[in-house]
Design a protein around this ligand. Structure first.
Ligand SMILES: [Zn+2]
Length: 339
């Protein structure tokens, strides 16, 4: 497909930029640069969201994706120089253990480390399989530190951000494995849509905006900054894959309902029609434990119709996996939806 390579390259580029919620400045700049390079005039809201009008006339349609990711923060430093950390969002111990991380100091220095449980060595403590991980996880810095003072001497303080190593891998068969596909994949799909509109001069049926939010993972990404005249908003976020769900890593998921309630019946219906028209593999699903940016918009008081789609992503909020087919399916759906 024409935009596959572009989307994959953007996924890889965006995943490589540390951008835990609240620490997204470099990711915002990368999106601003790319949209300008595509010939648009993006702008930013006070809270950091990147907004870009693709053109079109009449009532407004907003398509959003979030560029903030999971991450951690330094909570305290133990006497032995290990870091106690605080998750910023959607965290499980099993998905974090043994992950490499980077601590970002306020002075701009970076220090590597690794997340471990407090009894990680088989030859010392035996199996940790039955260990309660809650409260027994820590970060070892990749520096010879043995005390709280040693760590402070590196410039690390409480409140410093910690990002996960994304470990992005693209396989010859088209799978993309990485942390943060939620929602860098959505960002890449929207950038590809912007590129397609610019290159083809597609006749948009609404005044169409893209919004890249930076606080989705803490629930208020879409709560502000929706332009005047927007009556409909569709979030492009990861499609859930797993037990009792029809979506897989080759499909675009259309969400009919999540934990905040049903999506707009008419919008969901038109998203299904667009998928059929595009001949995109799709599934309509209900996500039991999910919330999205467009629901944040509704909670903030915006009077809009809302919908949610996304490429199927397995192992969400862990080491995630999707496939190029899912990116193409989501882009194909959107190309039919906006014209
Ligand atoms: Zn997401």
């Amino acid at each position: 497909m024409e935009y596959t390579d572009y989307m994959v390259s953007k996924v890889c580029q965006l995943c490589a930029i540390p951008s835990p919620t609240g620490f997204t400045r470099r990711a915002e700049e990368a999106l601003m640069d790319e949209l300008r390079a595509l010939g648009y005039e993006p702008r930013q809201s006070h809270k950091g969201n990147v907004l870009c009008c693709l053109g079109g006339e009449g009532e407004g349609l907003l398509l959003s994706a979030h560029t903030d990711t999971l991450g951690l923060m330094v909570r305290s430093v133990k006497e032995n120089g290990r870091i106690r950390y605080e998750p910023l969002n959607g965290y499980t111990n099993t998905a974090a253990i043994t992950e490499n991380v980077t601590v970002h100091t306020r002075a701009g220095k970076t220090v590597g480390g690794v997340i471990q449980c407090t009894k990680p060595s088989v030859h010392v403590w035996g199996s940790a399989d039955k260990m309660d991980l809650e409260g027994n996880m820590e970060i070892l810095l990749d520096e010879p530190v043995h005390s709280r003072e040693d760590v402070r001497a590196l410039g690390i303080e409480v409140g410093d951000y910690i990002s996960y190593d994304p470990r992005t891998v693209v396989t010859p068969g088209g799978y993309i494995k990485s942390r943060h596909l939620d929602d860098k994949a959505g960002c890449a799909i929207l950038l590809a849509l912007a590129k397609w509109v610019q290159e083809t001069g597609a006749a948009l049926k609404s005044k169409t905006y893209l919004m890249f939010t930076v606080h989705e993972e803490v629930g208020h990404g879409g709560s502000a900054g929706i332009p005047e005249g927007v009556v409909e908003a569709v979030a492009v976020d990861m499609g859930a894959v797993g037990d009792d769900l029809g979506c897989d890593e080759q499909k675009v998921s259309i969400c009919a309902k999540d934990s905040h309630g049903p999506y707009h019946y008419g919008v969901t219906g038109r998203l299904i029609e667009a998928a059929k028209e595009a001949r995109a593999p799709y599934a309509v699903d209900i996500y039991p434990k999910y919330g999205s940016d467009v629901e944040a918009s509704l909670s903030a008081g915006y009077d809009i119709r809302h919908g949610l789609i996304g490429p199927g992503v397995y192992a969400s909020h862990g080491y995630e996996r999707t496939h190029m087919d899912a990116l193409n399916a989501a882009l194909g759906l959107l190309q039919k939806f906006v014209v």
